[in-house]
Structures are given as C-alpha cells and as structure tokens.
Design a protein around this ligand. Structure first.
Ligand SMILES: Nc1nc2c(ncn2[C@@H]2O[C@H](COP(=O)(O)OP(=O)(O)OP(=O)(O)O)[C@@H](O)[C@H]2O)c(=O)[nH]1
Ligand SMILES: [Mg+2]
Ligand SMILES: [Zn+2]
Length: 359
C-alpha cells in the first residue's frame, strides 16, 4: 500500500482506515491515530509527520461512546489553536463497558482492536469468574481474545493452573509468559504482527511489563518491586498505544478490577460455547435445565464434566447482560421522546442551522 500516509503504517494504517478516511481526504484534513486521551479534552495522536497534541473537540454531542478513545482513527483539522479532532472514522471493533453498575452509560475502552490480551498472573490466586467476564467482554468487542498467563517464573509448575484457566476460556489461545525469564514474549510479538492488541487485566498482572518486554525499552511505567502492597493502586493511569518494533501496535491500560458488561449478549455466548453446545443437546428445545428429563446440562453437572461454578457464572453474566440491555432500551426510549419534543419546540429550521454550525 503506497499512500501519503505510509508513515502511519507502523501505527496500523490499513485498508479499513484508508476506506474510512476517503470521504475526508480534502485539503486541510489529515488522518491520525489516537494514542492517548488526556483530561481536559486533549489527546496525543500519531500523524503522517509525527506525534501531535490535539484538541478532542466537540466531536458529537454527549454520547460517551462517541468520544475519541485510544486506538481510534481520527480526521484532524487545523483549528485556531492547533490540531483538532474533526471526526472519527467508523470503528472496526470497540471495547465497551458500562461506566458504573448504576447507570446505563457505555464507555469505550479501546477501538479498532484485533487481539484482546487478557493478562492473568500465575502468581496470584486464579479468579475464574473474573477471567470469564474478561473473555465475554473481549468476545463482545469483536476482537479475538488471547489469554496471557504471566509471571511463570514465580510458579514451579504451571500445569494445573494452565489447565484450569484454559478450560474457562474455550476457543481462546493461551500463552504462558515470563518477562523475567524472557519466555513467551516472542510468541506474543508474533501474534501481534500487523495487528492491534490491547492488554486487559487487574492491576499488577504485569501488563506494562509485557509492553516493555515487547518494546525492548521502559516505555510504560511498571510498579516498583518494593511496592509489594500496591493493592488498589494503579501504576498505569492512561490507556496508551505503542507501535511495536516487529510490527503491530499494543495498547496498555490501567488495571480493571470490576468490569461491567455492555451489550455483551453475543460475548457471553462466545465465552461459553461449551455450555451453549450442551444446552443445544437437551431433549426439549425450551429446556429450563432445572428438572426436565433428557437435560444435557443437568447430566453434565451430575457427572462433573460441567463445573457448577462455570454454570452459575454463565447464568450470572447472562442475567447481567440482559438487565443492562433492558435498562439501555428504556433510556434510549426516554431520550427519543425528549428529542422529539425538543424538535417540535425548536422547529426544523433552527435545528438545521444549529447542525450546520456544529459539523
Ligand atoms: N517475577 C516476575 N515479576 C513480574 C513479571 N511481570 C511483571 N512482574 C512484576 O509485577 C509487578 C506489576 O507489574 P506491572 O507491569 O506494573 O503490572 P500492570 O498490570 O501494568 O499493573 P497496572 O499498571 O497497575 O494495571 C511489577 O513489580 C513487575 O516487576 C514476571 O514475568 N515475573
Ligand atoms: Mg501498568
Ligand atoms: Zn436442559
């Protein structure tokens, strides 16, 4: 691919970005990838001629999912005070989570991601429920999940931990890594070649350490070893995109303890393909898996091939996803009603003038 945007290739410029940018390819505009979003409506963006600071601007209203985020492809304009994000290109994939359990707002964690690396420390107690939640979030985003078991140098034998973790994420590639021993990092680099990866996981899982191992330099701050009781402390505070020397880019993120699912129906299904396959084998298509004869789920629970823990986790994530969907629907309905009233009051012409100004 030879375009004026060739320097952006190392930031992941591809045909999708090229196509998305085409309608904006007018004088005065240039494409950029958002590397980091800072407070105060500023961001760091990679352009064809270097990294610039840009104003994120009033991109489009108040929808938090429409705001620029790390990994987005943006159209930059030259504003009165410097570069300005004029528009965002359509996202190939997007990581959405609910901003809090009480509200139905979504927040985009990262955009245009191909590989979602779930970092789990082998040195900490394995939390399978959390792993399943991360996997559902990853599948829902449209990215391919990858499980990275970190700090392998701290455990004498990883066999059982590996087996337990792998069983919780069917269909997901699992890598065992040690940044200290330098194992597994070449395999990870290879899977990221020409792609965009994002690191997910709790604080202290070793995400930034992996970034630095792949970059071959201390680009992302890592928690000091003597800071043993770093509980609840996040060493990484921003989501940031780094181009990798072997090709591809990697987004480091602050640790996520709890992640609320968002629009994750399909994600839950994909994270539990084993359970879904069992349920499809029940004698009755509308089996409730409670006491029905010929229930394949109950049989698998009885013979231990489906752990009770996993069955409960599946139900929990499904209910959470459904609850959120219902709440979102209610909110959207209310918003549409409000919007309709507002339009009636303002009149169409005033509306169009306003729009013309905002664009
Ligand atoms: N022994 C060992 N320690 C590691 C390894 N990877 C990371 N660590 C240590 O684990 C601690 C946490 O690593 P970070 O990379 O800061 O973890 P993080 O996931 O980026 O954490 P947040 O930025 O807070 O989300 C640091 O003290 C690292 O030195 C590893 O492979 N082996
Ligand atoms: Mg970090
Ligand atoms: Zn059943």
């Amino acid at each position: 691919m030879h375009t004026p945007h060739t320097p952006l290739l190392r930031y992941g410029w591809d045909e999708h970005a090229e196509r998305g940018y085409a309608p904006h390819a007018a004088a005065g505009f240039r494409p950029a990838r958002i590397l980091r979003v800072d407070r105060g409506g500023r961001c760091l963006a990679a352009t064809g001629d270097g990294t610039v600071r840009a104003d994120t601007g009033p991109v489009s209203g108040t929808d938090p999912t429409a705001q620029p985020c790390t990994g987005d492809w943006a159209v930059l304009a030259d504003g009165p005070t410097g570069p300005l994000v004029h528009a965002l290109l359509p996202r190939r994939t997007a990581f959405l989570r609910s901003t809090s359990s009480k509200r139905s707002d979504g927040q985009v964690l990262a955009a245009n991601v191909d590989v979602a690396i779930i970092a789990v420390s082998l040195a900490a107690e394995l939390d399978l429920g959390r792993l399943e939640r991360f996997a559902a979030l990853a599948w829902a985003s449209g990215a391919q999940p990858l499980l990275a078991l970190t700090k392998a140098d701290l455990v004498p034998d990883v066999t059982h931990l590996y087996a337990d973790a792998a069983a919780a994420v069917p269909g997901v590639d699992v890598l065992t890594l040690s940044a200290v021993a330098g194992t597994g990092t070449a395999e990870l680099a290879q899977r990221l070649r020409g792609r965009t990866g994002v690191l997910l996981g709790v604080s202290g899982a070793g995400k930034s350490t992996l970034v630095n191992a792949l970059l071959g330099e201390e680009a992302s701050a890592v928690r000091a070893t003597r800071d043993r009781d770093g509980k609840g402390r996040h060493t990484t505070t921003h989501r940031e995109l780094f181009p990798l020397p072997g090709g591809g880019v990697l987004i480091d993120t602050p640790g996520l303890r709890g992640v609320g699912l968002w629009d994750a129906d399909a994600g839950v299904e994909q994270a539990f393909t084993d359970v879904e396959a069992l349920a499809a084998r029940c004698r009755f298509p509308d089996c409730g898996h409670r006491s029905e004869p010929g229930c394949a789920v109950l049989a698998a629970l009885a013979d231990g091939s489906l752990p009770h823990r996993r069955w409960e986790s599946y139900g929990k994530l499904q209910r959470e996803s459904a609850r959120l969907a219902a709440r979102t629907d209610a909110r959207l309905r209310a918003e549409h009603r409000k919007e309709f009233k507002r339009r009636q009051q303002e009149g169409r012409h005033a509306m169009e003038r306003k729009r013309g100004r905002l664009r």
